[in-house]
Design a protein around this ligand. Sequence first.
Ligand SMILES: Cc1cc2nc3c(=O)[nH]c(=O)nc-3n(C[C@H](O)[C@H](O)[C@H](O)COP(=O)(O)OP(=O)(O)OC[C@H]3O[C@@H](n4cnc5c(N)ncnc54)[C@H](O)[C@@H]3O)c2cc1C
Ligand SMILES: *[C@@H]1O[C@H](CO)[C@@H](O)[C@H](O)[C@H]1NC(C)=O
Length: 424
Amino acid sequence: MSLPKPKNIVILGGSLGGLFMGVALMRLHRNLNIRIFERNPTALLHDQGAGVVAGPDVQHFFSTHDRTRTHLSVASQQRLYVNKKGETIDCEDRTQQMTSWDLLYHVLRANYDGVKSEYAKVPDPEDGEGSVAYEYGCTVSDIKTPKSTPRPDLDFSQPIKLTIKHHSGSISTTEADLVIAADGPSSTLRAKYLPDIKRTYAGYVAWRGTVSESAISTSAAKVFTEKFTFFHSPNTQILAYLIPGHNGTLEPGHRLVNWVWYVNYPENSPSHMDLMTDNAGKRHHITLPAGGVREEIWSGQKSYARDVLPHQFAEIVGKTVVPFVQAITDVVSSSAVLEKGRICLIGDALAGLRPHTAMSTSQAAFDALGLAGAIERLLDSGDSGGMEVLTGWEEEVLGYARRLQKSGVEMGERSQFGEHPMAE
Ligand SMILES: Cc1cc2nc3c(=O)[nH]c(=O)nc-3n(C[C@H](O)[C@H](O)[C@H](O)COP(=O)(O)OP(=O)(O)OC[C@H]3O[C@@H](n4cnc5c(N)ncnc54)[C@H](O)[C@@H]3O)c2cc1C
Ligand SMILES: *[C@@H]1O[C@H](CO)[C@@H](O)[C@H](O)[C@H]1NC(C)=O
């Protein structure tokens, strides 16, 4: 007798991880029913307007699955290190591809559910891609997997039940054969099954922002144009690189300089609490969104920039109109496969990496590509087994996550609390 196969797949979270998963599954051409549930109440997720390094797995994902064939990145040709005077102290030829979160998001939506935008042309649908949905304003609030059977292998005969809270306040339920949690570093599903895995604050934040390349001086353009530029000094690090501009444009003159400035704020210190309280008096824990930074805090930060940063960096910080702040945190799950293979964790839900690795988006792409491959093998497998396919995938993604998580912690601790070799 042939066993039921997973056909009805629910993905929690419609950010990059959830969309990588959805696109990779539709490209299997197996007529799957794929639904993404995203808690955000608007049809499109809001651009944080910030840069993403397109690592090897991101490039591999788009070269395999992007049918819009959009040019995604600005190439950085060199890594530069500057001193406080703004002089280059070290330089390494190394090409890296720099893109933006909003460009990746819109290209993925064009591929997944045909969302039109200035970023990408929507491709024609192909046979066998199955049905896809992106349901926003839907928070998955609970999940019940069927009582376990004595079978040791994967069993899809009974559905998983999900409870969904709609933005309108109503509650509904739905069913799935397989649930993939791409619900980010504070994952609801991970918290339910692995409550001891906690997200912890690393003791510093990233101030972030962008400025149009047309707005910067010649001396700033010299160190930032098509370069990945760093400045280190005790307890501080700032870096910048060029990314695509509005609506994904790659046209020189219209691109953006993206900067990330790591600054220490001891947990719950007065300066930390002050920083994370927005201009409406609301306290944030992880991200202080664009537009929320209080005017007096931002002017203080810009004047601090003039005191401690090389003039080119102080200039781009000073010219930024809407900065935002992101607390740096650590979290890494102990498993990627839960409930006898009925639930899988990917992306930031599996491991929230420190941004120094520049690999969070790559990790999400790596996890999704691998899991789609495993699901394809499950669909092709014979009568029994299947669990070893998922545990094989789990071993790979946990290895990847642990290695990057560890190197992110080492890089961050060294530059914020230790002695960086490039620091003066
Ligand atoms: C709006 C947004 C903007 C971002 N901008 C940048 C950027 O500019 N630069 C950068 O480097 N990184 C950015 N990131 C982070 C980046 O997307 C991730 O690090 C990486 O791509 C992998 O993330 P992920 O998809 O696994 O998780 P995340 O990107 O954290 O996404 C998780 C998603 O799950 C949704 N969600 C959470 N819980 C539930 C639930 N119970 N039910 C339904 N949905 C749920 C969240 O609303 C969110 O959209 C951004 C993330 C978001 C959400
Ligand atoms: C981006 O595209 C939107 C939608 O077409 C348009 O309204 C907007 O003016 C564009 N922005 C820029 C800077 O080109």
